[in-house]
Write a protein that binds this ligand. Sequence first.
Ligand SMILES: [Mg+2]
Length: 184
Amino acid sequence: MVTGIGPMAELKKAVFLDRDDTLIHDPGYLSDPEKVNPIEGAGEALRRLRSAGYLLFLFTNQSGIGRGYYELADAEACNRELERRLGLDPGFDGICIAPERPDEPLVYRKPSPRYILETMRERGLDPSEVWMVGDRDSDIEAGRRAGVRCARICPENHSGEEGSFSSVQAYTDWLLGSQSRSQK
Ligand SMILES: [Mg+2]
């Protein structure tokens, strides 16, 4: 492990993760913990990221709350089940559930970078070692606006384009592999 000397050594690295179609198969407006279905390899990938020193934050748009389809407590129950099924114990280092509908003023809803910016400040994160990982334009835009690095998950049409990966597992292989290469 590389360690530094001086104030920069205090800054932490982190990965912000979208939930639906990034960590789990999205059934649409998920509100039932029984239907939480992780994408294969996601749990192992997160545990490897954590072992490598990354804090893990879940950042999920849940307009179903704003639309009145389900309650915040339902989304929280699904997230607890997600942590359990991913084998993440302790769970995520932080979770943001953005409840706004797309037609409402955005506070935390991606592409708003607010959660990332607030968390970077509160937790002392190094922007050059912070990632936003997700499958949609709004995920990537939130990361760009926050000034962090971005990775897009495209399971269906993975083109091999730089910064895009077929899964969180493939992203993790690349990130941890490229780090061990750069340390040699
Ligand atoms: Mg998504």
